[in-house]
Design a protein around this ligand. Structure first.
Ligand code: ZN
Length: 415
């Protein structure tokens, strides 16, 4: 059953992948997602996470709705429709403010015979991601811009067309970068590591014997930051949450992007029915999945039933631009964990696995998800709260980052 569902999910990806190429010839594309029928859904909220060259839009109806979206390609600017079937705006709905000068230019609402239409006026869309999240049911869409036609930069043939663009007003930046070898070296900037302690607030994550995942992973994040200050001052560690507060899944990558991170790591603890099972796992973002990683993905994505998986859709590998680098970090970290963990009698279960974690989707930097141990394993439950274990993992991670920076040229580098 699972294989069938994933097959369906992958099938849905196909027209989506083709989209980026089609668009070059000025073609439009249509995506359509069917959710369960519903009586009278209402549009409750639209949240925006805008930036200069991208926007994440979160559409929250009162309940699960059938919806579709469509892109109209214009000259240097595009228009997106999102149609929600049935209903109208909910009482108290407030149109979000659109700030001037961003990638998102405006939003309009219109009535349709069969529902409501939301129109987004935006810059030229290069890629997008569509996710559906539960609790509350909502649609999350990333629209990501690319360089305008006259700024199109010839890239290496195997590179995806998405080029991280930091300074839209300075078209000459990227070509110069190609010949930067002969220019005097700028002092290296600090490496920005954004840590995401999973869960928080009303969402405790896994719970065993009164120990909550949300607390354990926050401690880990703080320990990693402290170790960076003490041992790797050229690595700046920032957290998506500093305390026990709830952060929606879709906000976490946004926070990482706002910090313009070089690496984004979501921290979690695992749990299983058999207390003998234990170990550490390191994942990178991938839309293919084997049985095991799929189960884990479902837990970390808070997917509760099979139907919703089918609707969790169309994740473009926009971030495939960073996949190679994500693997480099995972490899270096895994290599060090292999040496560190036996000291504590903990197993390294794997570190070359890809999985589709929504929390990582949309992060415009390499990204990993790390399960620091099993809360259901009594030994690891104790260990994970011990400074010595936290610091050993922190050092393995920070040393791995330093090693990757020494030995590789990363795709995400500043001009
Ligand atoms: Zn978790």
């Amino acid at each position: 059953m699972r294989a069938v569902l994933w097959g369906a999910a992958l099938f849905l990806c196909l027209p989506f992948v083709a989209f980026a190429q089609e668009k070059k010839e000025g073609g439009a594309s249509l995506g359509e997602i069917i959710a369960q029928k519903s009586a009278s859904p209402r549009l409750k909220e639209i949240s925006l996470y805008p930036s200069q060259d991208a926007v994440r839009v979160v559409i929250v109806p009162s309940e699960k709705v059938e919806f579709k979206y469509d892109l109209l390609v214009g000259e240097g600017k595009d228009r997106i429709y999102v149609d929600l079937k049935g209903g109208t705006t909910a009482e108290g709905f407030v149109m979000p403010k659109v700030e001037r000068g961003g990638f998102l230019k405006g939003i309009r609402l219109g009535n349709r015979p069969d529902g409501i239409r939301i129109v987004f006026d935006i810059g030229a869309v290069e890629k997008y991601n569509v996710l559906v999240l539960d609790d509350p049911w909502r649609v999350v869409i990333d629209y990501i811009g690319g360089p305008p036609p006259d700024e199109t930069i010839p890239t290496e043939p195997q590179r995806p067309i998405l080029v991280p663009k930091k300074t839209p007003s300075a078209p000459a930046v990227a070509p110069e970068k190609k010949t930067a070898a002969k220019e005097p070296k700028k002092p290296p900037r600090p490496f920005v590591l954004v840590l995401d302690p999973g869960h928080g607030g009303k969402d405790p994550g896994a719970l065993r014997k009164g120990i909550a995942e949300k607390d354990v992973v926050l401690e880990f994040a703080q320990t990693i930051r402290n170790r960076a200050v003490a041992r790797h001052p050229d690595i700046t560690v920032l957290l998506t949450r500093e305390n026990d507060r709830f952060v929606p899944l879709e906000e976490r990558a946004v926070i990482a992007n706002r910090h313009d991170g070089d690496l984004f790591i979501s921290l979690h603890t695992n749990a299983y029915s058999d207390p003998a099972i234990g170990g550490v796992e390191v994942y990178h973002l991938d839309n293919r999945s084997d049985d095991y990683t799929e189960k884990l993905t479902r837990v970390e994505n808070q997917i509760t039933n099979d139907n919703s998986l089918l609707n969790t859709i169309l994740v473009d590998m926009t971030m495939s631009f960073y996949t190679d680098d994500s693997r480099k970090f995972a490899d270096a970290f895994g290599g060090r964990l292999e040496k560190t963990l036996p000291r504590f009698g903990v197993r390294l279960r794997g570190w070359r696995r890809g999985a589709l974690f929504f929390v990582l989707v949309g992060a415009r930097m390499p990204s990993l998800l790390v399960e620091v141990g099993y809360l259901s394993n009594p030994k690891e439950r104790d260990l994970m709260r011990k400074k010595a274990y936290q610091e050993a993992l922190a050092d393995a991670l920070l040393d791995a980052i330093a090693e990757v920076r020494r030995t590789h040229t990363l795709a995400k580098e500043r001009p």
